[in-house]
Design a protein around this ligand. Sequence first.
Ligand SMILES: NC(=O)c1ccc[n+]([C@@H]2O[C@H](COP(=O)([O-])OP(=O)(O)OC[C@H]3O[C@@H](n4cnc5c(N)ncnc54)[C@H](OP(=O)(O)O)[C@@H]3O)[C@@H](O)[C@H]2O)c1
Length: 416
Amino acid sequence: MFFIVENKTSIHILIQRSWEYLQFILLLFLHFTGLQTNNKDKQIMCKQTSTSTEQHDELKKIKNSVTNQKWVLSKRPNGNFNPDTDAKLISESIFLLECEEDEVVVETQMLSVDAFIRTMLDEEAYHGSVVLGNTIPAIGYGKVIHAGPSSGYKVGNIVQGMVGSQTHAKIKASNGFLMRKINFPFVPDSASLGLMGLTTGITAYAGVFYCLQKPKKGETVVVTAAAGAVGSIACQLAKSTGARVIGVAGGSKKGAYLLDELNIDGSVDYKHSEKSVPAQLDELCPNGVDFVYDNVGGPILDDLLNKINRNGRIVVCGAVSQYSDGAVNRGLVRGPSNYLRLAERGATMSGFNVMQYGPRLIFAIFGMFWMYLRGKVIMKEHIELGIEYFPSALNKLFTGGHMGKLLVKVNKTNIK
Ligand SMILES: NC(=O)c1ccc[n+]([C@@H]2O[C@H](COP(=O)([O-])OP(=O)(O)OC[C@H]3O[C@@H](n4cnc5c(N)ncnc54)[C@H](OP(=O)(O)O)[C@@H]3O)[C@@H](O)[C@H]2O)c1
């Protein structure tokens, strides 16, 4: 079938993994909506109670402590996030024998660099604010190197979830956002964070197919931040519907990537020194725009509102132009001043959060995998090597220094 889990293939494992995935989505949903109950009181206090000799021997096989290198938030960004002053790399020891019974220690392998991380660095944050001195969050995957007896995991398991921007994560399995990593055949390991990842490929899928009436043959679609992770997938999914797809990105190199590698129909360079975005849109979309997949907000969204057709749809996936200076959490978002085009043209603008689709996300995962198998989507990856590059990678989301999915491979030497 579709999932290969540790080389075993069976319907039973498929169902179990799907259930785990659903639980994971629910946990993330509860976290991001602030509904999660405080489990602190229920936690079992730290006490090493390794009961079996086998387990004891297992612990002896590995070192009793590991050195964790983690990025902490040392200062709240004053406007743009400054990787040199706002984050600090510190070392700490994690003593495996002191872990609680339901804790695991994960040696992280790959981290996803996502725009939501920046929004969590401000004092007020929709996704929850990072406390000063705490680890900068990140979704990633890695290998379990220590598993408490009631954690439900085993040493050697590959797990995925909110591991944070660090080399080793000590996580309470009961309330940590962790699940066994799902490996998809014929796709690279890292696809679980990119193409098949909740915050990337699955977000693009939900935005194109679930949020509003999907694009159809003959329509014109415009995708912003089109050369980025979500945008590049959204471009290809929109193209698969038979629509004409135009991508907006900064610089000629990205424009060439959109045309030559993603095979879409046109590209707008919003950083062009001579031609404005409206002028380029006029050339490329002479009959207007029917569907917008917007990742950036700001002035580009206003330009697109001006071009929207009767009964057009605008999907608000994000507004990366508003995150970098913290505007989003201070009520200073530059709103679309051309929003009355919606009324004039009977158009609809709707935002979405990928979490809101709950069980439908399982169908999105299968749908995406099917698209991939048929060669309808590719995912370019930009991988930074080494945990020390995490903050500078995060900054690239706002300076445009990458194409496709931005990842950090934590340890350059120990993994494939
Ligand atoms: N709704 C949801 O559930 C959900 C879930 C996940 C992500 N998202 C959203 O999806 C969007 C894309 O995220 P991603 O992780 O895939 O990032 P990404 O697209 O890989 O990186 C962000 C891109 O935005 C572009 N950009 C930065 N500042 C800009 C500006 N001022 N004007 C225009 N473009 C700008 C940059 O490309 P250029 O070089 O082209 O400028 C950069 O590559 C974000 O808005 C994020 O919040 C939403």
